[in-house]
Design a protein around this ligand. Structure first.
Ligand code: GLU
Ligand code: ZN
Length: 469
């Protein structure tokens, strides 16, 4: 197996979003597939916008997604000296030089180039001046006079750029701070990276970074640039498309394995397969089959994917997961004894944990607090509905409260009176649930128990009696 070291390198200027999460997923999968190493680097050099709380939030989202990393995260702000060591190496080897051109001078060079109809760039004014260090002097990389920078992108295939398209980029600013590309190359080398999957907003940085590797005499890792995630309307993904930060999905009761599965499929495929366990993803994802065209985010498909994982997961795990959402919904702290039958009844109907917890409400509140849907009470709480409920109440007062006995009692009532089920079930369902939804009537009643069931029927009977029809 090839040695594989990957990384995720977020800038802590916000919470982890879908695009970043997908980049993390791809790098994590590649490392895990090859039994390699997955590192985390916090690119916190933008001092104005970087915040510790965002770093904490990104790390928490990574943990929640199950994307564990190897070793401690690296912080770029702690490595300025290291970057400067490499800048010194480039100065000493003649691959870099000091430049004292003012921003105005550089802008004038650009303007001149524009007027000549060529690519605006620094014209190499200080290349051969042999300047030493001094205030107001930055350090620039001395690019080769000609040639091409070529690489074979894991996603986009072969990419080549003419050196003439690039200029002697600044690698250390006049204030002594190494620039972004310099820091990234040093880090990626020091961390031993072999593969870098990132958003294609970085594809124009890659030739510059490769020139830095070459000037330093370092091995160049493999790059893969994944296209941005778009909304359904092919526009840049935003809140408008229903996309949220990873922590918001967590709060909304999505399952991390569903989100990882969904993100992995946004830009990668394995035949027609849509649903994968984590183990399957790890075993199939080898860095190939990455799609060079942009994927569109689809919140309906994400919900579908989540519903699948809610159905498939072990019942006890689902109980554990839904429990905090139940208390958050104000339904109290329910133990597994109570949660188990609720999950069995409702897991097939919910697409997230918030919805699942909410679907328990009619069965948790006291009969007197049950909320009715007007449309259903109007339709089903009729005089004849009330007669059925009254008759059923009398039967249920003597029926053992388990699902089998309750089912038999209901069937017998319908059969013995020559009725059809659809005459009896709607008023009963509305009485028990408050609306025409829920699960099997016998299971609902078994869960409620005799007292709560009869209390619901009594309350409904009173409403039926008061009904005009
Ligand atoms: N910090 C950069 C970003 O968040 C990633 C840089 C890279 O992957 O090389 O876009
Ligand atoms: Zn200069």
């Amino acid at each position: 197996m090839p040695r594989v070291v990957t990384r995720f390198a977020p800038s802590p200027t916000g919470h982890l979003h879908l695009g970043g999460a997908r980049t993390a997923v791809f790098n994590w999968l590649l490392a895990r597939h090859f039994g390699g190493t997955f590192c985390l680097r916090i690119e916190d050099t933008d001092l104005l916008r970087s915040k510790q709380e965002y770093t904490d939030s990104i790390l928490a989202s990574m943990r929640w997604l199950g994307l564990d990393w190897d070793g401690e995260p690296i912080y770029q702000t702690q490595r300025t000296d290291l970057y400067n060591d490499y800048v010194e190496r480039l100065l000493q080897s003649g691959h870099a030089y000091y430049c004292d051109c003012t921003p105005e001078q550089v802008e004038a060079m650009r303007e001149k180039a524009r007027q000549q109809g060529v690519k605006p760039r620094y014209d190499g004014h200080c290349r051969e001046r042999g300047l030493g260090p001094g205030p107001g002097r930055c350090v620039r990389l001395k690019l080769p006079a000609s040639g091409r920078v070529a690489f074979d992108d894991m996603v986009k295939g072969p990419i080549a750029v003419d050196v003439a398209e690039l200029d002697d980029m600044v690698i250390r600013r006049a204030d002594g701070m190494p620039t972004y590309n310099m820091a990234v190359v040093v880090d990626d080398h020091e961390m031993g990276l072999t593969h870098i999957i990132r958003g294609d907003d970085h594809v124009s940085n890659t030739p510059k970074q490769i020139l830095l590797y070459e000037a330093l005499g370092l091995d160049v890792p493999r790059f893969g640039h994944v296209p941005m995630i778009l909304g359904k309307d092919k526009q840049k993904l935003s809140k408008r498309h229903g996309a949220k930060a990873v922590i918001e999905y967590e709060k909304d009761g999505l399952l991390p394995e569903a989100l990882v599965n969904y993100l992995a499929r946004l830009g990668w495929s394995h035949g027609d397969q849509e649903l994968f366990t984590m183990d399957e993803l790890v075993s199939y994802f080898d860095g190939t089959s990455l799609n060079p065209s942009a994927a569109c985010f689809d919140d309906v498909k994400l919900a579908w994917c989540n519903a699948h994982f809610m159905r498939e997961m072990p019942l006890e795990k689902l109980c554990d997961l839904v429990r905090p959402f139940v208390s958050q919904a104000g339904l109290g702290d329910l133990d597994h004894e109570r949660l188990r039958p609720l999950c069995v009844m409702f897991r097939e109907r919910a697409s997230d944990l918030v919805g699942l917890a909410e679907s328990f409400r009619p069965l948790i509140v006291a009969a007197k607090d049950l909320a009715y849907t007007e449309k259903d009470t109007k339709k089903h709480f009729t005089k004849s509905g009330g007669l059925h409920l009254q008759a059923l109440a009398a039967i249920l007062a003597k029926t053992p409260f388990n699902a089998e006995a309750l089912e038999a009692a209901l069937n017998a009532y319908v059969a013995d009176n020559g009725l059809r089920f659809k005459e009896v079930a709607p008023p009963l369902r509305t009485a028990l649930m408050g609306f025409m939804g829920g699960s099997h009537l016998n299971e609902i009643m078994a869960f409620l128990g005799r007292e709560e069931t009869l209390a619901r029927l009594e309350r409904a009977c009173a409403l039926c009696a008061a009904s005009p029809n």
